[in-house]
Ligand binder design. Structure first.
Ligand code: SF4
Length: 375
């Protein structure tokens, strides 16, 4: 089993908080699609002919692609890989692209899941972070997706936005819940160095929510999501029963995936590689045979660290039997020495050979997880 990730590094406009590798360069989309198709040919054996269980178009803004550009990529995927008939096939989209005309144009494509970057329904907040859509447009986009037949819709929200109070956050959550999405991803706003939002904070023109406000907003959200029937299956991800993101879950289970496109990452079980973060260089090097990626072979300790760091973010937590089998009993002992203290502090629980974070543990997860990293 394996996955394919396609990175579409284009946006109509840059959001002020975003530090992903994307560019506002619509004229380069065609060349990049051609290069992605070429990369697929070059790397057709990367997944060792494993059947493809998930395909994910992320970005950037994949909804900027035309139906023909998507089709060009799908044609190559289906020609080179064995795609499971029940594969989960997702694309990320921004609300301003999701018109009925857009859905009409893509209706022949094999997508069965869409992830809409809504972030907030509050027009003032949306403006502050330089989003292109309004709250009403986000609702209209969701409705268009439903009307187009999508019965597996995910939406993204951000809490801790400039000017946001806990009361305002509750209003955003209520609106999100009223849509009835199958899956909701929720992230706390971070001020990444180098972003315009970070600069505005440095200049004193926006102020960030403090840690205690962020904790209160997370707790409010966690309780509301559970009450509304969403399973908190990962720190930032909530799903209706049976509707977890299969693609992201595969990352957390360390299942191999092929990442295509500028700045995309890949994992084959033993190494990680990442494509160059330059559209121009990627588009040229893929065709000339020059090296367009860097590669890191993972040691046993690297693999263990990666497993523990991602598994601790999930509801199921770390599987002790898996650690013993994959890495050896020594690693299990080391893990339990660190975990024991946090179990006594009630930040972690053990259940049927699995160690996971409690809600109190989630609230300080960054600090806790760091403690488990072996050097
Ligand atoms: S649309 Fe998404 S990828 Fe593009 S700048 Fe905004 S947050 Fe970043």
């Amino acid at each position: 089993m394996a996955g394919i990730y396609i990175h579409i590094p284009f946006c109509k406009q840059r959001c002020s908080y975003c530090d992903f590798y994307t560019r506002v360069a619509p004229r380069q989309i065609d060349d990049t699609v051609n290069a992605i198709v070429r990369e697929m040919e070059i790397r057709a054996d990367y997944l060792k002919r494993e059947p493809i269980q998930t395909i994910y178009f992320g970005g950037g803004t994949p909804s900027l692609l035309t139906a023909e550009q998507f089709q060009q990529i799908f044609d190559k995927i289906y020609a080179l890989f064995e795609v499971n008939y029940a594969a989960e096939i997702t694309f990320e989209a921004n609300p301003d692209d999701l018109t009925p005309v857009f859905f009409e144009s893509i209706k022949q494509l094999p997508f069965n899941r869409i992830s809409i970057g809504i972030q907030s329904f509050d027009d003032v907040q949306l403006k502050k972070i330089n989003r292109l859509h309004s709250g009403d447009e986000a609702v209209a986009a969701f409705t268009s997706a439903r009307n187009a037949g999508f019965d597996n819709i995910s939406i993204d929200l951000i809490y801790g936005l400039p000017l946001q109070t806990k009361q305002n956050w509750e209003i955003q959550l209520n609106k999100a819940l009223s849509l009835g999405a199958e899956h909701i991803s929720i992230y706390g706003l971070t001020y990444e160095e180098g972003t315009p939002l970070h600069k505005l904070r440095e200049l004193g023109r926006v102020s960030s929510a403090d840690d205690s406000e962020m904790v209160e907003m997370y707790k409010l959200m966690f309780r509301k999501m559970e009450k509304a029937g969403y399973e908190p299956y990962e720190i930032s991800n909530f799903a209706k029963p049976g509707l977890r993101s299969q693609h992201n879950s595969a990352y957390w289970k360390m299942i191999p995936y092929l990442g295509l496109g500028p700045s995309a990452h890949s994992f084959d079980g033993n190494s990680r590689q990442w494509n160059v973060s330059s559209i121009k260089k990627y588009n040229a090097d893929v065709f000339t045979g020059s090296n367009f990626f860097e590669l890191e072979n993972l040691t046993l300790i690297d693999k263990y660290n990666e497993y523990v760091m991602v598994a601790l973010r999930t509801k199921e937590g770390v599987n002790l039997s898996y650690i013993a089998e994959k890495f050896g009993a020594d690693f299990c002992d080391k893990f339990m020495i660190t975990a024991q203290k946090q179990i006594e502090n009630k930040y972690m629980v053990v259940n049927n050979q699995h160690v996971s974070l409690t809600l109190e543990g989630i609230l300080i997860s960054n600090l806790l997880i760091e403690d488990f990293v072996l050097v």
